[in-house]
Write a protein that binds this ligand. Structure first.
Ligand code: TGC
Ligand code: FAD
Length: 395
């Protein structure tokens, strides 16, 4: 081949998946892509360096419809379909996994459970404020001693008149130190898992920040500590009981991550492709060496496979047919793919790859968290294993 395509994003859609998208999908994609270029890319290295969360982006994320894209507009969401939700997550994570996390938590883990399991009063009270970014929400499932196995949780509620008394602690909670409300999962006196909305300022409720993260540094993470917190019964989500409540929120968020990780991979691939054409060694561009071409060719092949997996998952999700196990497979595959692409891209950048002049190490470090949260890489493998064998490795 003699000609070299130069359009920045031409190589990003190797199998013309764009042709399968509607005009609305493309409009959403372009709007979010431009927003990320303008609002996220110029500041993200700095915020990540300082381990600070760019909270001011909450409002902008709300304006571009990143919070609950597939939740009906009358309940504060974007009123779009699941494919649009996925596309938006890809574009956000092209900027940074922490920015995508802001949207995942707000939309899929806070708005979704209130929308799906809340009373009409709870929906009207919280969803418009969450959708507009006026309120920040967080989701408390993981505990210090119960991560992969949330069924073992010890956070609990006990009935007391018109209220429940909440005790326990949650760990690793995205946005908890700055959240106005927390959707918390706790066991009632019968040992049944219930969801409740805990509001900032309720006596006995604190949310200390977790420091020292080398990953997702532009996202704030903390604990949730409950010491005899009195929560009105009207704050309990009435329409779900049991672990399927939080797990169905996870299905929503994992779906978004399966798409999101592709964005981080694309940003790394894009940078590596550009660098390979600019950097001269042994009198020629790195990209002319067969070993560099192998790296780049394998990167785009894996990205393309992940895009096809995500697209098909999106199509099933639009029909309400995507199963939790299918979502697990896509989350696991696409995040691992993105981490591998980041590692290969780092090699292509040589020493420069470890600096913050390029986005590679930031993405790579972020993806270590993405590989672990929302169900670890190995937990998703075991979910697939259970699905295909019918045998449960967890029991
Ligand atoms: P198991 O008996 O399998 O299931 C209990 C009930 O739940 C149903 N279910 C699901 N429903 C919807 N979506 C899913 N993905 C579901 N998975 C299971 C299931 O059908 C059953 O329903 P029912 O009606 O029979 O009661 O439960 P188990 O205790 O054996 O657990 C299985 C296991 C290990 C797969 C599950 O515990 C698991 O997924 N563990 C991983 C935990 C996890 O992912 N934690 C994430 C915390 S949140 C987070 O990380 C946010 S990061 C946010 C960010 O910044 O982006
Ligand atoms: P563990 O469950 O202790 O697992 C440790 C290792 O053991 C893993 O490799 C795991 O795969 C492996 N393992 C566990 N069980 C098995 C098994 N049965 N077979 C084989 N291997 C096994 N949680 C929330 O609720 N809300 C949030 O907003 C949130 N945000 C997060 C943000 C960040 C930055 C991070 C790092 C985590 C966040 N989490 C959140 C928590 C996250 O979901 C958990 O870290 C994750 O589920 C794993 O739990 P754990 O860290 O306790 O690891």
């Amino acid at each position: 081949m003699s000609s070299v395509k130069t359009d920045q994003y031409q190589h990003h859609d190797y199998y013309s998946i764009d042709d399968l998208l509607s005009e609305d999908h493309k409009l959403a994609r372009d709007a979010v892509r431009n927003w990320v270029k303008k609002e996220v890319s110029p500041i993200i290295e700095d915020y990540s360096n300082r381990a600070e969360c760019p909270y001011h982006l909450f409002k902008g994320l709300a304006e571009i419809g990143a919070f609950g894209p597939s939740i009906p507009a009358e309940y504060g969401g974007g009123g779009m379909d699941e494919m649009a939700y996925g596309i938006i997550m890809t574009e956000l994570e092209r900027g940074d996994s922490g920015i995508r996390s802001m949207a995942s938590v707000q939309g899929s883990l806070v708005m979704y459970p209130i929308f799906k399991f809340g009373s009409e009063e709870q929906k009207r009270k919280y969803l418009p404020k969450l959708g507009s970014g006026e309120f920040i929400g967080c989701f408390g499932l993981t505990e210090p001693d119960h991560g992969s196995n949330p069924a073992g949780m010890i956070t609990n509620i006990k009935e007391d008149g018109d209220s429940y008394i909440l005790n326990g602690a949650k760990m690793w909670i995205t946005n908890s130190p700055v959240a106005d409300i927390a959707v918390v999962w706790a066991k009632d006196e019968q040992g049944i898992i219930r969801g409740l909305v805990v509001e900032k300022g309720m006596p006995g409720f604190t949310a200390p920040e977790i420091h020292g993260k080398w990953s997702l540094r532009a996202s704030i993470t903390g604990e949730l500590v409950f010491q005899d917190v009195r929560v009105p019964k009207s704050n309990v989500l009435p329409n779900v009981q049991g672990l399927k409540g939080p797990l169905s929120c996870l299905s929503k968020a994992r779906y978004g991550i399966a798409w999101g990780a592709i964005g981080a991979a694309l940003d790394c691939y894009d940078s590596a492709l550009r660098y390979s054409k600019e950097r001269i060694q042994f009198g020629k561009p790195l990209g002319q060496f067969q070993l560099t071409q192998k790296k780049l060719a394998e990167m785009i092949t894996e990205i393309t496979k992940a895009q096809l997996l995500a697209w098909r998952l999106g199509s099933l999700a639009n029909q309400g047919l995507a199963t939790p196990a299918q979502i697990s497979m896509a989350k696991r595959n696409n995040v691992a793919m993105a981490l591998e692409v980041a590692r290969e891209a780092r090699q292509i950048h040589g020493g420069m790859g470890i600096t913050n002049e390029y986005p590679i190490m930031r993405h790579m470090m972020n993806l270590e968290t993405v590989l672990t949260y929302e169900g670890t890489h190995d937990i998703h493998l075991l979910i697939t294993g259970m699905d295909i064998t019918g045998l449960n490795a967890f029991s």
